[in-house]
Design a protein around this ligand. Structure first.
Ligand SMILES: Cc1cc2nc3c(=O)[nH]c(=O)nc-3n(C[C@H](O)[C@H](O)[C@H](O)COP(=O)(O)OP(=O)(O)OC[C@H]3O[C@@H](n4cnc5c(N)ncnc54)[C@H](O)[C@@H]3O)c2cc1C
Length: 253
């Protein structure tokens, strides 16, 4: 893989990936790297990214959590592969000395169901969040933050459940976009049913970071072998959207 090029080296590519954040990079890696299980792919890959800083991407604004508590068995299997991938990251990277060591912290999440507020420890501090009550679709570059949400929603909910939270103060805060599939809160992955040679991998509904290894592997398998070889992701395909038949995940944050 050649990183950082601003002008494509060739006039045409076998695979063009739109968006080079978590998901685009994962697909590109599973297609290109000899240590992945798609070594049979020998085509060319171009990743097109409009903002190489990734500043406003969801990937840069994630809470970076993996969990295995999902209502949908396939999502559990997808996250189990994420845990396996992270645990064996050095092996997957071919023990490349330049590959970073991944620091994994184990902790529990507390989710306050009526308010939708969630909290977890984060080293010496805590990380809390929620979706806004008035959660309208906004422009992709609108990352304006409603600073009242802490005072009016998150803090009261936490202090009610854990009185010691009365004394907390905000050290830092941020907002990010959830690509939210309103049909069933799950990713759409796989071929379009009418447009040939077009594969979706989007709509992760808040759990895309941990799904990136399995989705990258799956899409690479589809491209290489025209079928899923490890984990069958067919139920997450676009067909269900076209038929309006949800494949629902209820455990969403
Ligand atoms: C606050 C927050 C917390 C989260 N916490 C978690 C968590 O704990 N665990 C978890 O698993 N998930 C979490 N998520 C969800 C996760 O971050 C996303 O599902 C995941 O990052 C999606 O990755 P992506 O690569 O599909 O999209 P993005 O990271 O949004 O990347 C899309 C990329 O495509 C580029 N792009 C878009 N259009 C074009 C175009 N036309 N041409 C070229 N490039 C284009 C963009 O510039 C961007 O870099 C969280 C999300 C948020 C916002």
């Amino acid at each position: 893989m050649v990183a950082g090029a601003s002008t494509p080296r060739k006039h045409s590519y076998d695979v063009v990936i739109i968006g080079g954040a978590m998901i685009g990079s994962s697909i590109a890696w599973f297609l290109s790297d000899p240590n992945s299980n798609n070594a049979a792919f020998d085509g060319s890959v171009l990743v097109v990214e409009r903002d190489p800083t990734y500043e406003n991407s969801s990937t840069s604004r994630t809470n970076s959590c993996m969990r295995q508590q999902f209502s949908n068995e396939l999502n559990i299997k997808i996250s189990q592969f994420a845990a396996e991938f992270v645990r064996n990251f050095a092996d997957y990277m071919g023990n490349d000395p330049e590959a970073p060591e991944l620091a994994v912290n184990h902790f529990g999440y507390m989710y306050l169901a009526p308010s939708g507020v969630h909290v977890r420890s984060d080293g010496d501090v805590y990380l809390a969040g929620c979706a806004p009550d008035d959660d309208r679709a906004v422009d992709h570059n609108n990352l304006r933050m409603d600073r009242d949400i802490w005072e009016e929603k998150v803090w009261p909910a936490l202090a009610h459940r854990i009185p010691a939270f009365e004394r907390t103060k905000v050290m830092t805060q941020w907002a990010g976009h959830y690509a939210y599939n309103t049909l069933d809160h799950n990713v759409v992955v796989g071929p379009h049913n009418e447009v040939s040679n077009f594969i979706f991998a989007n709509g992760f509904s808040g759990h895309g970071l941990q799904q990136s290894p399995a989705i990258g592997r799956g899409v690479a398998e589809l491209i290489t072998y025209n079928e899923y070889r490890t984990l069958d992701l067919t139920p997450l395909g676009y067909d269900r959207i076209a038929r309006r038949e949800p494949f629902t995940e209820t455990a969403i944050i």
